[in-house]
Design a protein around this ligand. Structure first.
Ligand code: HEC
Length: 159
């Protein structure tokens, strides 16, 4: 191989490398490279900025309500969710009104403003106020309404 050929070979190689390096996929080959961790960092910062994760109604229930409310009988320390769903259907008839009533009750529980009968409050005591963002209260209330089971017989007492 003479020098001219070596020179051509090397410069062709350099050119290919230069071209490839403009294509993103060739630029970062390792998933742990700086570019990708930068991306992860950015999304972490974004969720830190908004300060909250978006939870489903069921997740909100699991975190904030399940400790007292079981889904179905036997009851823990509060009426089970399916019983509440039946009760709110009976009392409010439509989801919008039921959700509004649940949200305002959870912010400020009041024995004079309950959708349950006085017997439920006598049995379980009054629910403590929930200090949660309005959107979460609305979401969990909508989820609660959807848990209605036509085969569940409350016999009017939420047990
Ligand atoms: C510390 C226990 C406790 C927690 C936690 C709790 N509840 Fe309750 N909840 C009760 C009790 C006790 C009652 C029954 C007495 C009453 O209505 O105040 C009740 C009643 C209710 C009612 C009926 C309100 C009415 O009209 O009387 C709804 C709706 C309800 N809870 C939803 C929820 C949801 C949704 C969550 C979670 C965001 C939750 N609760 C968390 C104890 C709790």
């Amino acid at each position: 191989m003479n020098m001219k050929r070596v020179f051509l070979f090397v410069s062709a190689g350099l050119m290919i490398t230069a071209v490839l390096s403009t294509i993103p996929i060739f630029r970062q080959t390792s998933p742990l490279s700086a570019g990708h961790s930068g991306m992860y960092l950015q999304s972490a910062i974004a969720s830190e900025k908004t300060g909250k994760e978006v939870l489903s109604g069921e997740q909100i229930y699991a975190r904030n309500c399940e400790v007292c409310h079981s889904m179905r009988p036997p009851a823990k320390t509060a009426p089970p969710i399916v019983g509440l769903a039946s009760r709110f259907r009976k009392v409010h008839g439509n989801k919008e009104d039921a959700v509004t009533a649940m949200v305002s009750f959870m912010k400020k529980p009041d024995a004079a403003n309950t959708a349950l009968g006085p017997r439920a409050i006598k049995r379980f005591g009054l629910m403590p106020a929930m200090s949660m963002p309005d959107e979460e209260l609305e979401k969990v209330s909508g989820w609660l309404w959807d848990q209605y089971d036509p085969n569940f017989d409350t016999r009017g007492n939420c047990r």
